[in-house]
Design a protein around this ligand. Sequence first.
Ligand SMILES: Nc1ncnc2c1ncn2[C@@H]1O[C@H](COP(=O)(O)OP(=O)(O)OP(=O)(O)O)[C@@H](O)[C@H]1O
Ligand SMILES: [Mg+2]
Length: 417
Amino acid sequence: MKILIVEDSRINQYIARDTLIKYDIPCEIEYANDGEDALYRIEQNGIDLVLLDIVMPKMTGIEMLEKLNSMDISYKPEVIMLTTISDSKILNACFDLGAVDYIKKPFEEMDFVARIRSTLREITYKNKLKRATERLEAQNIELNEANRNLLEAHVYMVQKEKLVSIGELAAGIAHEINNPLAFVMSNFSNIKEYSIPITELLMKVKDTPELQEVWKAKDIDFLLEDLPELIDESQKGLDRIAKIVNSMRNFARTSDEDTTEYFDINNLIDEVLMIVNNEVKYNAVVEKEYENCPLIYGNKGEIEQVFVNLIVNASQAIKESGDSIGTITIKTEPIYSGVLISVRDTGKGIDPQFIHKVFDPFFTTKPVGQGTGLGLSISHSIIVEKHGGELKVESEPGVGTCFYIELPLAKTTTKLV
Ligand SMILES: Nc1ncnc2c1ncn2[C@@H]1O[C@H](COP(=O)(O)OP(=O)(O)OP(=O)(O)O)[C@@H](O)[C@H]1O
Ligand SMILES: [Mg+2]
């Protein structure tokens, strides 16, 4: 402990010092002859206890206490007043300014020692308490941090599980469709080929008199005219089914994988659109404004999750706006640091009081059972933390919402998990 004796009388300084030494009070002793010197020492040396004279040149004890109170120091010493004045008004003012005790001069040894000991004990307890509080505060901060991390990890796992189950379901369906699709496509390509000679033959025999009647009755002219169109449309339909099945299989694969790879952002969004088409098509027309973008290196499955969330949210916002059909515009463009993607909708928009909450885990405005409030929080963590990008939102109630994603070509600083 450091005790500072602030006293203009040398004799009193020595008496105080000798008494402290005589009674083995464990402390370092410093001296100041006036208030200014005392304040300087308190600031520089970290004093625990000040024995403060009231009447001194330059600055009185009370003035010094006032200055001490206005000083910006992390550790304030306790103050015991040394006084010959029995004027209780002055002492009261000292107590009001923070002094904890007083010792009368001339010193009575026992009184002096008892008061110093008791104040030093208090200081020890106070210091212990302070340290314990600091430890507790630090632990509290750590605990809060751990809690937040745990919540995030939990949220992430829930979403991941959700997507993995969707992925498994999609993979199952895709597998079931894939086999019949393969033989339907193979048969259809034969049908297409067979139709050519059959049509040619029919055209050759068209003018045969015996066939005229049945030709007209069955409207063969129309059938021959319609057949190529039907074949063409059916081929397009089959191609589309094949593409959807392929996307579903890709989606299932990537949603279950923790690997990183190079991918084209436009292709990725197209695959997602195939998956969410059924949810979106009754609410919105999707407009694509793609520019050629450099390949991104990252976790494809996770980035797909982000676009599923954003597009489904956009579609739901349009549905909630009450419009029969809205527009979702998806734009991609290369920028200096990577690619910029925006997903804009003409939905109901976000109330300004909620806009800062949309990325919070479990924040949802959807009816109980419909929204978990996890989609955007997971998307944020995937884009910002895992890929070193940015995810921002702008919205105007009644007009629509736009989410902007900036993705760097690769996150170089941390390994993606
Ligand atoms: N495009 C949007 N337009 C308007 N509001 C939106 C849009 N996207 C998100 N929001 C608001 O942000 C909230 C949180 O979205 P988030 O995707 O995190 O959860 P959710 O859609 O409610 O539930 P889920 O976990 O099923 O996705 C939504 O409930 C909605 O209020
Ligand atoms: Mg959502």
